[in-house]
Design a protein around this ligand. Structure first.
Ligand code: SF4
Length: 251
């Protein structure tokens, strides 16, 4: 029986897709983003994961489903559902695909949050089964992407194009990180990529420090420890560049 390693299950979330949602956090990620706010997702030690969240552990699809179904009335009332997040969900592709299929069978709306970095067959299977993709695009330039995350963009762009070809509902998101992708020329570069792909909207996520305490608890080095958070007012000019390219850009 396929099982998945989760580092948290969070109920009543209002920030990870439409309506009231249960967010299922998958452990593991092949990227190493310097700003990662969930460093525990790359921590394989279950005792440490449990110290951060009592919900951490190995689950079967039925066990996750049972927890999610407890809130089905709230999903129905609010237009919500279940969001698969991480970590990188697709790092546990078989489990993710089985969970997405089970949600679909029960007519529960599913959101897949992803960096898009996964083997094409895993990406296509999971993207095909999800109702909405929250697709994080961290840089338009492959070399710069690799500097910030440890991996290049080619596979990610292939998968994004594949999801577009499937006609999936996709919300592209850009985590805006000081010194990495927050310059006006970066907004220009993203806009060119979006126009090339036919993407007409983007959500920008200002850099925050919500993960800082976790690095301290894990005693892990954190390269962006002393970098101030960004606020929406800091990014108005950045946002305007997307609007000038007729890309609906919002926070
Ligand atoms: S893709 Fe997400 S979970 Fe993985 S390292 Fe980057 S920010 Fe962290």
């Amino acid at each position: 029986m396929v099982t998945g390693l989760l580092f948290n299950i969070q109920k009543f979330s209002l920030h990870d897709g439409p309506g009231i949602r249960t967010v299922v956090f998958f452990n593991g990620c092949p990227l190493s983003c310097r700003w990662c706010a969930n460093p525990e997702s790359r921590q394989g030690d279950l005792s440490i994961l449990k110290a951060l969240s009592p919900d951490a552990g190995e689950y079967t699809v039925d066990q996750v489903l049972e927890i999610c179904l407890q809130d089905q009335p709230f999903y129905e009332e609010s237009g919500g559902g279940v969001t698969l997040s991480g970590g990188e969900v697709l790092a546990q592709g078989s489990f993710a695909a089985a969970l997405l299929r089970a949600l679909k069978e029960r007519k529960i709306h599913s959101v897949l949050e992803t960096s898009g970095f996964a083997p094409p067959e895993i990406f296509d299977e999971c993207a095909g089964a999800a109702d909405l993709l929250l697709f994080d695009i961290k840089h338009y330039d492959s070399r710069r992407h690799a500097e910030g995350t440890g991996v290049p963009t080619e596979l990610i762009h292939r998968n994004l194009r594949s999801a577009l070809a499937m006609g999936k509902q996709i919300l592209p998101r850009i985590p805006v990180i000081p010194g990495f992708n927050d310059a006006p020329e970066d907004a220009e570069g993203f806009s060119r990529l979006f126009q090339d792909m036919g993407l007409k909207e983007v959500q920008i996520l200002p850099f925050h420090q919500f993960g800082k305490k976790k690095y301290e608890m894990l005693k892990s080095p954190y390269a962006l420890r002393d970098i101030p958070q960004l606020h929406t007012e800091d990014l108005e000019a950045f946002r305007q560049i997307f609007l000038d390219h007729r890309i609906d850009c919002f926070f």
